[in-house]
Design a protein. Structure first.
Length: 532
RNA sequence: GACCCCAUCGUCUAGUGGCCUAGGACUCCGGGUUUUCAUCCCGGCAACAGGGGUUCGAGUCCCCUUGGGGUCGCCA
């Protein structure tokens, strides 16, 4: 059978970086296996799940190239199917109603009494539990309520599903047997009878474990008695996550569920639900979570937590995709910068890490810089232009000029927002770094040399080579060492100490702008060494 | 607190009992190219959490401790 994986987000307006990584891993897995990658939109939270939120989600996926097969399934369209399953469970005795009739009753999934015969359930050990005298032992159709004794002697309340203690025997302080589950189960299940004991001192039962083989984490198991029956339909009639999720996965014929680590504990119950519903459970793979730069789980306040944050800072989708795929996974060799095709080819779940991975923005930035450097010039120009549009100086600029600046700056750009530092190319007079001015421009010789350069600029053809020659000539005339004028000139013309080569910068700027700035600097910034 | 999972440089990772004197990448620090910066090239700092076993041999297997994470809802 062909593999079917899915991404099942609940759109809330922004797409979390951890979620999109789950989507990427699902996508990579599906594409590697030549299977299908499906999208299911869990849009049952009417408050938060607006059309805009869905649009944002789709947009983020499209941006990252996460194309999906078949039509997206909207969970809100599946109520009938989900309710039908709940009703069926009710009819079969796998579920019961709970709560006050007047308030409306919830539907609760009962961990099936025959669970011990499932192939995913195995005997584990004999268990004895000492009970706390303060809390009564109550056994009814919803399970076994009891309290064991904590290390400090306090009562710790617990609840187990009935089958978790299927051969339960209850003893009083004298060792007398008060209750034996196999004798009472019919009365409980069919008659709704309940038992309560104030004098119960000890429980004894044979423990069974539900287990499954996680593709990433290996064999995992959980005692059946640590599981409680779970609500699958709320008293207001709305299906709970567990039911909706399983129901829709059945509908979409999902074969592999790849999701965050936070779902591991749900898996046991979901498997049991599948079993009760008479379906084979899918394979599961639980991804380690990703954590922020502080090593803590991402919270909404972290900043840089959403796909949109990265996009608006000018990370390229290929770079983010590449980086995220390397968080918690590696191809097994030294490759890091990998194309989508290479990633698809190399991706297997068994190489996924078992530990939470910390996001390192610097590494992402480095990778992004590499992707930017590889962009062909026209792509870079047009993408940079979009970011320039956001700048106050971005409105009426010469496109030819912009292109020349972009060519100069491409290898110096790590993120597209870096174009904000190109301002000095496009304003009449740049913003001057005062400290740099003091350091670079306040020398008398410098002022003199700049004046000479200014004069020469008037007459030369304004090209890189001639500009360089003019500068050399000026320094010689004034008696400054070759190259010593470059930085002062840079400050005078761009306002800052770093940037592209000064000859190129000058050439791009053009005679008119260069001279205007030189005049400004000479007249306003080149005061003698006279700072008070 | 209970249950479960995990543990290699600061970070992402390679490593599946001998090929490990623990490799790569980011960061940082040197050096080279260069008119500054960036790119590019060369070099350096830096890790098997601790303690016990098993074994001729352990980063690799087992146990304990410590540390981290996850889960304990009519949230998803």
């Amino acid at each position: 059978m062909s593999i079917r994986a899915r991404f099942a987000p609940s759109p809330t307006g922004q797409v979390h970086i951890g979620n999109i990584r789950v989507a990427i891993f699902n996508w990579l897995f599906a594409r590697h296996e030549n299977g299908r990658f499906l999208l299911r939109i869990e849009d049952t939270d009417r408050e938060r799940c607006t059309p805009e939120a869905i649009a944002t989600l789709l947009d983020s996926m499209h941006w990252l190239g996460l194309d999906y097969d078949e039509e997206a399934l909207y969970q809100s369209t599946q109520f009938d199917r989900q309710h039908a399953l709940a009703e069926w469970l009710l009819e079969q005795g796998y579920a019961y109603r709970s709560g006050e009739e007047s308030q409306g009753t919830a539907i609760v999934f009962r961990i099936p009494w025959e669970a011990r015969s499932y192939d995913c359930v195995h005997y584990s050990e004999q268990v004895d539990v000492q009970l706390h005298a303060d809390e009564p032992l109550v056994i009814d159709a919803t399970g076994v309520n009891y309290a064991h004794i904590s290390r400090k002697g306090k009562p710790v309340k617990e609840k187990s599903c009935l089958v978790g203690m299927a051969d339960l025997a209850v003893y009083d302080t004298d060792g007398g047997c008060l209750f034996y589950m196999p004798d009472a189960i019919d009365e409980i299940l069919e008659g709704g009878k309940s038992f309560s004991f104030d004098n119960a001192a000890r429980l004894s039962f044979s423990r069974h474990n539900v287990s499954y083989n996680d593709i990433i984490k290996g064999t995992l198991s959980k005692p059946l008695d640590s599981l409680k029956d779970m609500v699958i339909v709320r008293s207001d009639g709305s299906p709970v996550f567990h039911l909706a999720n399983v129901s829709d996965d059945i509908t979409q014929e999902i074969t592999h569920i790849i999701r965050g680590d936070d779902h591991v504990e749900n898996t046991y119950r979901h498997i049991l639900l599948y079993k009760a519903l008479q379906y084979d459970p899918p394979r599961y793979a639980h991804l380690p979570m990703i954590v922020n730069a502080q090593g803590k789980p991402y919270s909404k306040r972290d900043g840089d937590a959403f796909v949109g944050d990265f996009r608006s800072k000018g990370y390229l989708p290929e770079a983010l995709f590449n980086y995220l795929s390397l968080l918690g996974w590696s191809p097994g060799d030294d490759r890091e910068k990998m194309s989508r095709g290479e990633l698809v080819e190399a991706f297997t779940l068994d190489r996924v890490q078992h530990t939470p991975a910390q996001v390192d923005l610097r590494k992402l930035e480095h990778l992004n810089g590499q992707y930017i450097a590889e962009l062909n010039v026209q792509d870079f120009v047009s993408q940079a232009r979009e970011f320039a549009d956001e700048q106050p100086w971005g409105d009426n600029i010469d496109e030819k000029q912009f292109q020349r600046v972009a060519e100069l700056m491409q290898t110096r750009t790590k993120k597209l927002v870096d174009v904000e530092s190109w301002a000095h190319f496009f304003r009449d007079i740049p913003e001057y770094d005062q400290q740099a001015c003091r350091k670079m421009l306040t020398n008398a010789e410098t002022r003199q040399a700049l004046s000479r350069v200014r004069e020469k600029f008037q007459t030369i053809s304004f090209e890189e080579g001639e500009i360089e020659q003019a500068i050399h000539a000026a320094t010689e005339e004034v008696g400054i060492k070759q190259g010593k004028l470059n930085q002062p000139l840079r400050v005078a013309v761009t306002g800052r100490t770093v940037g592209a080569g000064i000859y190129e910068t000058l050439a791009v700027l053009g005679r008119e702008a260069a001279c205007r700035r030189l005049d400004y600097a000479i007249n306003n910034l080149c005061g003698e060494d006279d700072d008070e």
